[in-house]
Write a protein that binds this ligand. Structure first.
Ligand code: IFM
Length: 723
């Protein structure tokens, strides 16, 4: 279970840093090297710490003062991985323990050899705690070692400065404490670094550092440790005092590591999807997904998951529909309390959503396309400036990508169906269903006696400002139907919901069996997309065609109708899904990382397991590929969630309805899959081979399960095999 980069390559540094992020949902530390390298972007993030610089319209997740940099000199010579005398180089993130380790041998210009090991681990229980260790072992002669490290407040978000340094202190020459305040949002941060050795402290230009010098004897390793603590005013009234107190006691690296490793062992025993595949990469990819899903997700209802988790500055740390549709299900079926928190985050932000609806003359709640701390719309109005025309491209998502409202309602129902938690539904679910349903009834327009939904962007962001996007209309209908079923609102409102449902136009198949993605899509010209599909993810099409030209053709960036097939598998028959999947996939470039794994699920459901497997593997490679810059700005959080979805809802063939259905579609390469699945207050262990299924659970409660069309009752154990 290791993500390895065993060759030092400056081109790969930022990808490596993203993939090797360590964290715990409260904080994330990019897996940067300790030394300075050209173009290496350091990154340290705490969930919820957003700030807006003067003159910008969107708040961004603040890149916090760096704690990772460490300058090492041996006999006065500066250590660098650029030295030709580095051998036995290994660097890996151990997904099973959450520990990042680098080990190597270095020969200085004077000819002496040293073994150097750097370790880093983030505590899973004490979320504010991060531990670092450096071991230098002289292999030939005694030597002089000097180490310089500290807290560096010179970091910015791509040049945007967010922090005012309020205070810096040193205690006992081994505890550095700093206090910062965000410029616009006025959040306070306390950061403390406790070192296991005393040094000479200096503070200058927003940097507080210690310099430690020691003589080291051959075969007697030099062990340097630092433990960092961080709190913010979001969870602590006096963050500086709190970190100072936390840093009073010296805790050895190994002790922190032992506790963190025990937490990870528990995590894996409960959450791992175990696969017996001909391709060992599949297991690694799934482990990688689960690891990152865990470290990107806060366990506090005041916060949600950023599209890039806590791994980079990409998308400014904002929360999209990615959370409810792509990430939440992993938690729903593993640790439902976390899924509940993610929806509570939306509940606590109803004010911002209602305000956005009001400003746009709608009722109810129009959730922001991009959300941060406050819950008000954070989507930047414009994309980067076009350096040839000097014009900025408008980002239309905030204006028209309204399906997010129904996506949140969908997740409420998904949670209710899975957990049957009536208290949650009454307290959080119903208000969300009510306000979202209200939005839709005000969003619809009556045209010739039917209700239509105009001027939207569906999930496919290469098709803009269209009427009656099928995904949006069907999800809006489900949203309103759910509100009606849950009897939210008074009788008058219920009647309005019923009227909306009665009149809403839901696109159905045309004379050739196609469901129109929207009112105009099928009448647009078609072009050969093979060249662009080969380069999926690169948005190459936009170098050959203007955005408007892309909009005006049958070109999809990502799953749209296919997304609907995934979420509402019972809406259409098998043949309709099959025909439309082929038609729309052919026109889909998969330039969005959210696309391939969803296609894989739907392909598996139409018995195209091998095609599904191809798409699954491509989805696994969205971050895990050898192209140097695909993940520089952060991980593709939704894509990771979608890989898990593809394994469970695609290959293991699970469909959720009134009862759980299982229609296995394992690809030929997979002999076996095993995972735990929370459903109706029970945790079921599901094991599956090419032609047999074993279901087990601890309680005797009888759960109806449908396997390949036949209903069974699962008590403690159910064995099934294909005849
Ligand atoms: O939410 C997605 C969107 O569907 C495609 N563009 C990127 C966003 C963030 O991941």
């Amino acid at each position: 279970m290791k993500i390895e980069f065993n060759q030092f390559d400056e081109e790969m540094l930022n990808k490596e840093a993203t993939l090797m992020t360590t964290g715990n949902g409260y904080l994330g530390v990019r897996g940067v090297h300790e030394e300075k390298y050209r173009n290496q972007d350091r990154g340290f993030f705490v969930r919820g710490i957003f700030d807006r610089t003067v003159g910008t319209e969107a708040a961004e997740l603040v890149n916090l003062p760096d704690i990772t940099e460490l300058e090492l000199r041996i006999n006065g010579e500066l250590f660098s991985l650029n030295s030709p005398q580095v051998t036995d180089y290994r660097r890996f993130l151990d997904l099973s323990t959450g520990e990042l380790i680098r080990s190597l041998k270095w020969q200085t210009e004077q000819g002496d050899r040293f073994k150097i090991i750097n370790k880093r681990i983030v505590s899973q229980k004490n979320k504010e705690q991060i531990a670092f260790q450096l071991i230098v072992e002289p292999l030939d002669n005694d030597c002089e070692i000097s180490v310089k490290t500290g807290i560096d407040g010179q970091v910015s978000n791509g040049g945007n400065q967010h922090l005012i340094e309020r205070d810096i202190r040193v205690y006992d020459e081994r505890v550095l404490v700093a206090e910062y305040e965000t410029i616009e949002s006025h959040l306070t941060l306390g950061l403390a670094m406790r070192l296991n050795k005393r040094g000479i402290i200096s503070a200058k230009n927003r940097k507080v550092q210690t310099s430690i010098q020691e003589t080291c004897q051959k075969n007697a390793p030099f062990i340097f440790e630092k433990v960092v603590y961080i709190y913010s005013s979001l969870e602590n009234d006096y963050p500086q005092e709190a970190v100072k107190k936390a840093a009073v006691r010296e805790i050895p690296y190994e002790q922190i590591a032992k506790t963190a490793k025990a937490s990870w062992a528990d995590f894996w025993s409960e959450h791992r999807v175990v696969i017996d595949s001909q391709n060992t990469f599949d297991q690694l990819a799934l482990d990688f997904c689960c690891y990152h899903l865990q470290i990107m997700t806060p366990d506090d209802p005041q916060f949600s998951v950023a599209a890039k988790g806590l791994t980079g500055e990409g998308y400014k740390g904002h929360v999209f529909w990615d959370t409810e549709i792509f990430i939440l299900p992993f938690f729903l079926h593993n640790e439902p309390a976390i899924a509940k928190n993610l929806l509570k985050y939306r509940y606590f932000r109803l004010a911002g959503a209602k305000e956005k609806a009001r400003q746009n003359n709608y009722l109810g709640a129009l959730f922001p396309w991009e959300s941060a701390l406050t819950g008000y719309e954070e989507t930047p109005k414009y994309a980067a400036i076009n350096i040839r025309t000097g014009k900025r491209q408008i980002i239309s998502s905030a204006v028209a990508e309204h399906h997010i409202v129904a996506d949140i309602a969908y997740a409420v129902m998904d949670l209710y169906q899975t957990t049957t938690d009536q208290d949650f539904m009454d307290q959080y679910g119903k208000p969300l269903l009510k306000e979202t349903a209200l939005f839709w009834i005000s969003r619809g327009v009556e045209v010739n006696g039917r209700i239509e939904i105009h001027d939207v962007i569906g999930p496919d962001e290469y098709t803009e400002h269209v009427d009656n996007n099928a995904y949006t209309n069907y999800l809006a209908a489900y949203n309103v139907r759910s509100a009606l079923a849950q009897q939210v609102g008074d009788e008058k409102l219920q009647q309005q919901f019923a009227h909306f449902l009665d009149k809403l136009y839901l696109p159905t198949i045309n004379e050739v069996g196609l469901i129109p993605q929207d009112d105009t899509f099928l009448s647009k010209p078609v072009i050969d997309l093979s060249k662009y599909k080969e380069q999926a993810g690169n948005q190459l099409i936009l170098t050959d065609y203007s955005r408007q030209e892309v909009i005006d053709q049958q070109i999809l960036k990502q799953a749209d109708l296919v997304m609907l097939f995934y979420l509402q598998p019972h809406l259409f028959d098998f043949e309709t899904i099959k025909k439309n999947l082929y038609y729309y996939e052919d026109r889909t470039i998969h330039d969005s990382s959210l696309s391939k794994a969803i296609h894989a699920i739907v392909a598996a459901r139409i018995n195209e397991a091998e095609w599904a497997y191809e798409m699954f593997q491509a989805a696994c490679r969205i971050d895990l590929n050898d192209r140097p810059h695909t993940s520089d700005e952060g991980i593709h959080g939704a894509a990771l969630g979608a890989v898990w979805l593809a394994a469970i809802f695609g290959f293991a063939g699970i469909t959720k309805g009134e009862i759980l259905e299982i229609n296995p579609q394992l690809p030929k390469a997979w002999k076996k899959i095993k995972f735990h699945f929370y459903w109706k207050d029970e945790t079921i262990t599901i094991q599956m081979t090419q032609d047999a299924i074993l279901l087990t659970k601890n309680s005797k409660v009888k759960l109806p399960i449908m396997i390949e069309g036949q209903e069974y009752l699962l008590e403690k154990k159910l064995e099934w095999s294909r005849k």
